[in-house]
Design a protein around this ligand. Structure first.
Ligand code: ADP
Ligand code: ZN
Ligand code: ZN
Length: 813
C-alpha cells in the first residue's frame, strides 16, 4: 500500500457481513498495511479489525478514525483478501470472524515486548523534538528498558501501539519480541569435517586414524555417527580439532515423530507411473489454475510425487501448502518433507503451543518457511504466491470443519488455487465421489498410480459371513475361526496384526436385564457406552459420564447386560485368546494425551506391539511394513447411518484399512467380517475396486439427485428449550416456503425438506432440528439463503435458539 492512504477498508471482528471504511490519521499513515490489525470505534465500542486495503470513497459522510495500529507486521498477505471475501460469501459467515477463525489463536504478542531507549531517543528528548506523549514515555523508561505491559501500568493503560511503532520508526526506541511459550528450542548437534589443509596424518594411530579415514570422503559426519565407529569419538574429536585436523561445527537437527534425528535424503528414482504423474503436474506449473486428482492405490508412492512436485515449485520461487487429515499423519508427512527440504518447512496444527503456532505463522508469513504443512486449518497458511496446494487423503471427512466457520478445506484448496492461478493436487486411494465426478465432468485432471511400489501385491481379502456365526458364543461370536487361525499363523511368523472396529468403548449398548430399557445419556438421545477400564458409562457425543455402579433409572435393578461391541471388548477378547501377545489399542480413549499416538506408532515400528486394535484412526495413511494381517471385526457399522454418504464412507474406510496390510516385503492378507457380504460398498472394498464402487454409487446419487447432482445447505437449529426451538424452526420453515412461493421461477429447482427433528434429536442438552435446502443450481441455492439472511436477520440472531448455516453439509445427523 502507498504510505499516504487516507481511507481503509476494515473487516471488524463482529457478526456483521460487510467491511467498513475508516479514516487514517496522518501520523498513522506510514504504519498502515493490508493484513495488519487496527483498533477502531464501532458504535459505542472499540473493536479489533483487519485492514483489507485502501478504500476509494469520496468522503462526504462522517467517517470515523482508526484509533490504533496493533501489528508491526501484517498477519496475512494481500492476496488472501479475496479468499476471505469468497469464504464469507459462500459459507454465509461474517467477514471479520472468517479472518479471526483463520488466524492462529492467542495473538497477544504485544504484551511481551521489551522496550528500551536508544541513544538517538535520548538526544531527541534532550532537544525537545517530540510530542509530549512520546516524551513522557521516554522519560519514564528505566535504563534497562521494561515490558510494554509495565509501561502501560506506569504511565497510561491506553498508550496506543501506533505511538510506540512511530517512535520505533524514528529510531527513538527499540522493541524486542519475546513470545510466551515460544521456546522452540532449535536442536543442534555437533558435526565434524576435515580441515581444509590438515597437517599430514602420519602421526596418527589407531582410533584417531580411523576417524580421519571415515572423514576422507569429504562429507560432514555427526559426532554421534562417529561414535558408532569409534566409541571414544567425542574426546578424540576435540583433540584432533586442537591439532588442526578437523573442524567442528553444529547443524540443526530435525527429529521424526519418534524422536530420532531425521537423516537428510534425496529424491528417489521414480517409477514409470510416478514419473508420468510428476511430469504432468510440472508441465502445468506456472500456466494458471488446474486441479489434479492423483488416484493411487494404497502403497503406490503418492508422497514421493508430492515431494518432487514441491521441489519443482520451490525452484520456480513459489510456495507449497500441504494439507493432511490429522496430527499423527502430519508428523509423518513433516518428517518426509524435512528430510528432503530441511529448514524451510513450517507446520501448523493444534498440537503446538500458542507461541509455537505464532512462531510458525510468522515464519511462513515472512517467507522464511516456504512449505506449510498442517491439518485443515493450514489452508489459511499465510504464504504468498503458492505454486501448488496439496491435499493428501482428499476424501477424508475431517477436512470438513464442524461448528463455528463450517468450511471444507479440500474445497477451499481448489478455490485458493483458482484465485492464485496455481495447481491444486488432490491425492487418495479412494477419492471422494465428488472429486471423481469432477474428473468425469472435465473439471479436474486425472493421474493414476495403479501399481504398488516394487510391484507388491494388494492383499487378498477374504470374507467371513457373520450370519453364519450367529450361534457362536463368547469371543467366538466376533472373532471367527478363520480370523483366529490367521492371527495364530501371523504371530507365529513374527509379523503384526491390525484389528479394526469403528467403535470405541467396551459395550455400546448396555441394557437393564430386568426391565430391558437401555442406559441412556441424560443430555442426549443416545445410548451410553460402557468403558471397562474407567468403569463408567460415557456419552460419545457430549462427554457425560456416569459411574458404572449406578442402578437402572427405571426399575432400580443393578443388573445391567453389556450388549454391543467396542474396541475395548475386542482388546479383552484378544487378550484371552492370545495371553502372551503384546496388545495395544488405538482409539480416541487411548490417545487423548499428547504424545500418546506417537508412542503407539513407535511401538508398532519397533515391533513392540504384536496386535493393534483400533478405530478409524488406524485406517488412515500409515505405512507399517510389518503388518501382514488386517482383520475387520465388523464391516457394517457405518452402513446403517441415516446419511446418503454411508456407502461412500464404508467403502473408503474398508479399502483404506485393507491397504495397511502387506506394505513391506512379506505379502499381506485381509479378513473382512460382515453381515452384508453382498452390499456393493463391501464387495467393492474387497476388490479395492474404486471404479466398480463409483459406478454403482453415482447411479444411486443421480437417481435421487443427491450431490454431486445437486447442492445442499442444511439449516441446523438448536436450543435448550424444546417448545421454543420447535416454534422457531417451524417459523423458519414457513418463511422458507413463502420465499420460494413468492419467487417461484428462480427457485423452481429448489427443494425445502423439513423441518424435521435431527436423527440425534438431542446433544448436550440442546434439542436439534434441521431444514434441508437442496437445488440443482448452486446459484439459486445461494441466492435463496442470501435473501433469507437479508429479509429475516432476526431469525438468525436469536439468543435462545441458534441457527447455523451449513453449506455443503457432511455431518447430517
Ligand atoms: P501411499 O501414500 O501411496 O500409500 P507412500 O507414499 O507411503 O504410499 O509410499 C509407500 C512406500 O514406498 C514408502 O515407504 C516410500 O518410501 C516407498 N517409495 C515411494 N516411491 C518410491 C520409489 N520411487 N522407489 C522406492 N521406494 C519408493
Ligand atoms: Zn430396569
Ligand atoms: Zn450425551
Amino acid at each position: 500500500m502507498k504510505s499516504d492512504v487516507r481511507y481503509i477498508d476494515v473487516a471488524v471482528a463482529l457478526p456483521v457481513y460487510k467491511t467498513f471504511t475508516y479514516c487514517v490519521p496522518d501520523d498513522f499513515a506510514p504504519l498502515i498495511a493490508t493484513g495488519k490489525r487496527v483498533l477502531v470505534p464501532f458504535g459505542r465500542h472499540r473493536v479489533t479489525g483487519y485492514i483489507f486495503g485502501e478504500s476509494h470513497i469520496s468522503g462526504q459522510k462522517q467517517i470515523k478514525s482508526v484509533l490504533d495500529v496493533l501489528d508491526e507486521q501484517p498477519l496475512f498477505p494481500p492476496s488472501m483478501v479475496p479468499f476471505f471475501k469468497w469464504i464469507a460469501d459462500y459459507y454465509k459467515y461474517p467477514i471479520g470472524e472468517v479472518v479471526k477463525n483463520a488466524l492462529p489463536g492467542g495473538l497477544v504478542v504485544r504484551d511481551y515486548a521489551l522496550v528500551t531507549v536508544t541513544t538517538a531517543g535520548r538526544e531527541a528528548l534532550k532537544k525537545g523534538q517530540m510530542t509530549p506523549a512520546a516524551a513522557k514515555i521516554l522519560a519514564n523508561l528505566p535504563p534497562g528498558g521494561c515490558r510494554e505491559k509495565e509501561l502501560r501500568k506506569k504511565i497510561d493503560p491506553q498508550i496506543p501501539g501506533a505511538l510506540l511503532q512511530t517512535m520505533q520508526v524514528h529510531g527513538w526506541i527499540q522493541r524486542k519480541w519475546e513470545l510466551a511459550g515460544a521456546r522452540t528450542r532449535a536442536r543442534q548437534e555437533p558435526v565434524v569435517r576435515l580441515a581444509d589443509s590438515p597437517p599430514p596424518d602420519d602421526g596418527l594411530t589407531g582410533a584417531g586414524k580411523k576417524i580421519m579415514d571415515t572423514l576422507k570422503t569429504g562429507e560432514m559426519r555427526s559426532v554421534k555417527e562417529l561414535r558408532a565407529v569409534v566409541p571414544r569419538a567425542a574426546a578424540l574429536v576435540k583433540k584432533l580439532e586442537k591439532k588442526g585436523y578437523l573442524i567442528v561445527d553444529t547443524r540443526r537437527v530435525w527429529r521424526d515423530p519418534f524422536g530420532e534425528a531425521i537423516a537428510p535424503d534425496c529424491a528417489l528414482a521414480l517409477t514409470g507411473e510416478q514419473q508420468k504423474a510428476v511430469d504432468a503436474v510440472c508441465g502445468r506449473l506456472n500456466k494458471g489454475y488446474a486441479t489434479f486428482l492423483l488416484q493411487g492405490v494404497t502403497g503406490s508412492g503418492k508422497t514421493e510425487v508430492y515431494l518432487q512436485v514441491a521441489a519443482e515449485v520451490l525452484r520456480t520461487g513459489r510456495t507449497v501448502v500441504v494439507l493432511v487429515p490429522e496430527i499423527a499423519l502430519i508428523t509423518q508427512m513433516e518428517g518426509r518433507f524435512r528430510a528432503r527440504f530441511g529448514e524451510c518447512v513450517g507446520v501448523l496444527h493444534s498440537g503446538l503451543s500458542t507461541g509455537e503456532r505464532y512462531d510458525q505463522w510468522s515464519r511462513l508469513r515472512q517467507g522464511k518457511a516456504t512449505i506449510a504443512i498442517g491439518a485443515r486449518s493450514a489452508i489459511f497458511a499465510p504464504v504468498d504466491n503458492p505454486g501448488v496446494i496439496i491435499v493428501d487423503e482428499e476424501h477424508d471427512p475431517s477436512y470438513k470443519q464442524e461448528g463455528k466457520l463450517r468450511y471444507n478445506a479440500r474445497d477451499l484448496a481448489v478455490v485458493r488455487a483458482q484465485q492464485n492461478g496455481c495447481i491444486a493436487l488432490l491425492g487418495s486411494a479412494t477419492p471422494s465421489v465428488q472429486s471423481y465426478y469432477n474428473v468425469t465432468a472435465n473439471k479436474f485432471l486425472t493421474l493414476r498410480l495403479e501399481q504398488r511400489i516394487e510391484q507388491r501385491a494388494l492383499p487378498p481379502v477374504s470374507i467371513v459371513d457373520l450370519r453364519q456365526n450367529r450361534d457362536a458364543r463368547g469371543v467366538r461370536r466376533f472373532i471367527s475361526a478363520q480370523l483366529h487361525q490367521a492371527m495364530k499363523q501371523t504371530l507365529a511368523r513374527g509379523e503384526q496384526v491390525l484389528l479394526f472396529l469403528n467403535r470405541r468403548g467396551y459395550a455400546s449398548f448396555p441394557v437393564c436385564a430386568a426391565c430391558g430399557k437401555p442406559v441412556r445419556c441424560k443430555h442426549c438421545d443416545i445410548s451410553l457406552t460402557w468403558h471397562q477400564r474407567a468403569n463408567v458409562y460415557r456419552c460419545h457425543y457430549c462427554g457425560y459420564s456416569r459411574s458404572a455402579a449406578s442402578k437402572c433409572e427405571f426399575c432400580g435393578s443393578s443388573s445391567i447386560k453389556h450388549l454391543g461391541l467396542g474396541t475395548e471388548k475386542v482388546e479383552a477378547a484378544v487378550a484371552s485368546l492370545f495371553p502372551t501377545a503384546r496388545i495395544a489399542r488405538m482409539d480416541h480413549d487411548t490417545t487423548r494425551r499428547k504424545g500418546a499416538i506417537i508412542k503407539l506408532l513407535k511401538g508398532l515400528q519397533n515391533k513392540a506391539i504384536d496386535i493393534l486394535v483400533g478405530t478409524q484412526m488406524v485406517a488412515k495413511g500409515h505405512d507399517f511394513p510389518n503388518i501382514t494381517l488386517v482383520g475387520i471385526i465388523c464391516a457394517d457399522l457405518s452402513l446403517s447411518f441415516p446419511d446418503f454418504r454411508a456407502g461412500e464412507r464404508t467403502f473408503q474406510l474398508l479399502a483404506q484399512v485393507a491397504g495397511r496390510a502387506g506394505r513391506g516385503d512379506a505379502p499381506g492378507q485381509v479378513i473382512l467380517q460382515t453381515y452384508n457380504p453382498e452390499h456393493f460398498s463391501i464387495a467393492a472394498a474387497r476388490q479395492q475396486d474404486f471404479d466398480a464402487f463409483y459406478q454403482q454409487e453415482i447411479g444411486f446419487r443421480r437417481a435421487l439427485t443427491y450431490p454431486p447432482f445437486s447442492r445442499m445447505v442444511q439449516l441446523k437449529v438448536s436450543g435448550r428449550d424444546f417448545r421454543k426451538t420447535e416454534a422457531h424452526v417451524r417459523q423458519l420453515g414457513d418463511v422458507c416456503r413463502r420465499q420460494k412461493a413468492a419467487a417461484a421461477e428462480p427457485f423452481r429447482s429448489l427443494e425445502i425438506m423439513g423441518p424435521i427433528e435431527a436423527s440425534l434429536a438431542r446433544i448436550a442438552g440442546r434439542h436439534r432440528w434441521q431444514i434441508l435446502l437442496k437445488s440443482t443450481s448452486a446459484g439459486a441455492l445461494h441466492r435463496f439463503v442470501d435473501h433469507l439472511l437479508r429479509d429475516h436477520p432476526s431469525l438468525f440472531s436469536s439468543a435462545k435458539v441458534q441457527v447455523a448455516i451449513d453449506v455443503d453439509p457432511v455431518f447430517m445427523m
